[in-house]
Design a protein around this ligand. Structure first.
Ligand code: MN
Length: 290
């Protein structure tokens, strides 16, 4: 099943065959009211089993909206972390070694175990209904298409054997990046530089993330064309690796790394994104307006 958040914080089930979103927003009433301080984690994901049951019950008689009238938000609104895997495809490691525009003098482009994971600010998060607004247009601004994993249950010291049981679903992710020497958390946390969506495919529909094609085109020209089978650290290994250091909470997003073919975008470009089992969607690139 494909769930989305859309328009003014509405909840939807995506009917891909009919190009419609079924508006099941009243199911959000099952999320308990909160008092300060709010619990860590996205409360839609923390209460997803109950919300989903109600949403499915509502769906038969719920109003429908054509996809063209839907503005997709990120499927989760309040992750505590956007966890990112650097250098997690061998062909991206090779291009990073070869391309000084990516490497910026780094000589230790070796293996993800040498780098660990990094975080993007949650304030950078947008959905596919928004647009990426470039900051520092004089610098190289790159697209990185990545499989996004959305955590459904609090998860600490996971093992590869049980890791996928903590996953609520999957989405497409864009780890937009200003190239340069600065820390990743600085260059990759610009407002709008973390894209997730357009919807979340639940893990009972997309059961195996280990062999999914992913393709990114810019204005119709193929830039990235790979498959998640080439991940250096698989999805279960990434969950295990992340939870060696920190607890993952419901709604936390893991961007699993990007394959070769990263390259610059400029205002006016359209990134045509596709991941097998999730779907296809365009993301526009704009400039930041003062
Ligand atoms: Mn990345």
């Amino acid at each position: 099943m494909k769930f989305c958040r859309f328009n003014d914080n509405r909840l939807g089930i995506v009917d891909v065959d009919r190009n419609e979103v079924i508006d099941v927003t009243p199911a959000l009433d099952l999320i308990p009211p909160m008092r300060y301080p709010a619990p860590l984690g996205d409360q839609l994901m923390a209460n997803f089993a109950e919300v989903r049951k109600k949403a499915e019950a509502l769906a038969a008689s719920a109003p429908r909206v054509g996809l063209e009238a839907v503005k997709f938000l990120s499927p989760v609104g309040n992750p505590t972390k956007i966890v990112n895997a650097p250098i997690n495809y061998d062909d991206h490691i090779s291009e990073a070694k070869a391309d000084q525009g990516i490497a910026h003098g780094r000589t230790n482009i070796t293996h993800i175990s040498d780098w660990g994971l990094f975080l993007k600010a949650t304030s950078a998060l947008i959905g596919f209904g928004d647009e990426v607004k470039l900051r520092m247009p004089d610098r190289r601004n790159d697209h990185e298409l990545e499989l996004a994993v959305i955590i459904g249950k609090t998860c600490h010291k996971a093992t590869q054997a049980d890791a996928l049981s903590y996953v609520a679903g999957y989405a497409m992710g864009l780890d937009m990046t200003i190239r340069g020497k600065q820390q990743t958390c600085w260059r990759k946390s610009v407002d709008t530089y973390a894209v997730c969506g357009p919807w979340m495919v639940t893990s009972d529909e997309l059961t195996d993330p280990s062999s999914l094609d992913l393709v990114l085109k810019v204005n119709g020209e193929t830039r990235q064309d790979s498959n998640t089978k080439y991940l250096v650290y698989s999805v279960p290994r990434l969950i295990e690796y992340a939870t060696e250091m920190y607890t993952l909470y419901p709604g936390d997003i893991i961007l699993t790394g990007t394959p070769a073919g990263v390259g610059p975008v400029v205002p006016g470009d359209v990134m045509n994104c596709y991941i097998e089992g999730i779907g296809a969607r365009d993301m526009r690139v704009a400039r930041e307006y003062a």
